[in-house]
Ligand binder design. Structure first.
Ligand code: DC
Length: 226
């Protein structure tokens, strides 16, 4: 059976997960947050006390991380690391930065490639990440490159952090973090963040969440001819 895949790539804070969840729920597909998979490996290595720069240590330990992805009855993705649900521990700025550093390593990307492809081979998916349309699912039925200016992305991230009760975060700090992650994610040698030639680009800098949602659903529906 041929399953449908929708790939949504783009830089940190572009709104990929919100939009991917929306598309997945509209189509009845599984949403796969691949950033959470990189963050889970990052968490594992951090718990092991391994520096994100210690390639030998990472290569030695990476096979000890048993990662499973489960979905609850509401369709939300849960990350299971060596039998424990670690989903709640992943969405910090610290884990984002750690994940960005280790995701530059070939050994890490190779381990996660099969996991992501296996998911898409067994169900219809909307997958978001950095290299889904270029490397993981080059034959995806729909490819979208979602972006926005660094300033707009930082502003959105800041709001999100404030809503979660983080009062210490500042715009300068979040913007700096976004710039560093953009640089690392786009310049790494293995599977860098870049637009697939056949991706539709959507810049949401001047769009409201509702306008972005309408634009993205229109792209998907047109491509899938539904
Ligand atoms: O999407 P996110 O912020 O949760 O991702 C965290 C980091 O993981 C990101 O900065 C780069 C890396 N990543 C990646 O290299 N490839 C993916 N498909 C998803 C995430």
């Amino acid at each position: 059976m041929k399953y449908i895949s929708v790939a949504i790539d783009g830089p940190a804070g572009a709104g990929k997960s919100t939009m991917a969840k929306l598309v997945a729920s509209r189509l009845g597909y599984s949403y796969v947050d691949t950033g959470a998979i990189y963050r889970t490996i990052g968490l594992f290595l951090q718990i092991c006390g391994i520096s994100p720069k210690d390639v030998d240590g990472i290569t030695r330990l990476i096979d000890d991380a048993a990662i499973q992805i489960e979905y609850d009855s509401a369709g939300a993705q849960h990350m299971i690391l060596n039998g424990q649900d670690v989903t709640e521990d992943l969405r910090t700025e610290e884990m984002g930065s750690y994940a960005s550093q280790i995701s530059a390593l070939k050994v890490v990307r190779d381990v996660l490639l099969d996991l992501q492809r296996d998911l898409a081979a067994t169900r219809n998916v909307v997958m978001d990440g950095r290299d889904i349309g270029t490397v993981v699912l080059p034959k995806a039925d729909v490819k979208i490159f979602l972006t926005a200016s660094p300033e707009v992305r930082a502003q959105r991230r800041l709001l999100e952090l404030r809503e979660k009760g983080n009062k210490k975060a500042t715009l300068e700090h979040v913007l700096e973090d976004i710039r560093q992650r953009d640089l690392r994610d786009t310049t790494r040698a293995v599977a860098p963040l870049k637009q697939a030639p056949d991706a539709v680009v959507l810049d949401t800098s001047s769009l409201s969440p509702e306008e972005s949602a309408a634009a993205i659903l229109a792209i998907v529906e047109k491509r899938l001819a539904i």
